[in-house]
Design a protein around this ligand. Sequence first.
Ligand SMILES: Cc1ncc(COP(=O)(O)O)c(C=O)c1O
Length: 408
Amino acid sequence: MDREASAIESHPLPADLDTASAIQDRELRYTSGVYAKRPVAIVRGQGARLWDAEGREYIDCVGGQGAANLGHANPVVAQAIAEQARVLVSCPEIFFNDQRAALLEKLTALTGMPRAFLCNSGTEAIEAALKFSRLSTRRIEIVAAMRGFHGRTLGALSATWEKKYRTPFEPLVPGFSHVPYNDLDALEAAVGERTAAVILEVVQGEGGVNPGKREYLRLAQALCRERGALLILDEVQTGFGRTGKTFAFQHVDLEPDLLCLAKSIAGGFPMGATLLGPRLGDLPMQVHGSTFGGNPLACAAAMAAMRFLEENALPERAAELGAWFIDRLRTIRSPLVREVRGLGLMVGIELKQKVTPYLQALMGRGVLALPAGLTVMRFLPPLVISRLELEVVVSAVQDVLVSPLETD
Ligand SMILES: Cc1ncc(COP(=O)(O)O)c(C=O)c1O
């Protein structure tokens, strides 16, 4: 993997590339306006590095917001996409397909869950899980967690907690309630005979990098079984090695009824999946579907991604590097830091202040990272990142948290 880092310098930028400001102007003129953008145009990536239109290099701890676990421009995924693109791209699920059959077999073997519905994004994987839960239980209520994030379509948004995302679109889907995360009593009180499903992240991502307690997650499973509800685990962000296991539920020996996956499932190529456990029962034909779902191109990319993940032991790498990274970050002595926490290479530093100026300062030092809520700095580097690159990240974080921002 460290060989990748040394290969980086050998890719010059194309001469006819637009300037950074031309790219930004054009995008700003025509984009929807719903994204808060950083003033940088990223044009190329390799491994855990990104380059902007001016040729400036960054160490990437945004990691495509969790979609780039396998590293940018992953050669194995790139080759699989190129080969499949020449063979067959579109094949709706009214037909059978070789790539899809192989992927379904692989996903069910990896998760230990018998069946899967394939789609194109995280929010779609959640929508499917919510709809299937209603169908299977004939109940409509869903218990979700405060600070949970599950996506932006109306069903997934109803499970999402953050007001700023919800309020503009109310009224949302009825029947959703939110309980404090990691509060066992509140969960026990919320799950009843009308509950179709409990939906949880194993580690809350957007909500602040909050790992779920073992006893809380196990209680969620026990309550669902006892009270006839289904357990939906949202591993859109935690899946595919991020937390140090292939799936985060494997840290806590859970058997979810529905498991939602996306982001890194196909090495960064858009795809989602909802794995279906045995308690779900048979689903009636034609109740749900997707034109692009299970298309051969995404399936081929996902097969290559899973092969790469396994052959390079990326979950184990995330466990080892993540523990080391968290230890190193904890050595930073700054009055700004409230807590450093995380699991594997999903890491957060909670500050006592708003995080945005510190993220900007980090970018000025060549490190890209994410916020999680207002005060948490979140790191989701590609799992191929080297220890050396992480050491550079630690120094940059130390710099911005110890020296005053005015010096930037
Ligand atoms: C835990 C979780 N669930 C669902 C989603 C939604 O995924 P997508 O943006 O692919 O719709 C996200 C996206 O950040 C997420 O982190």
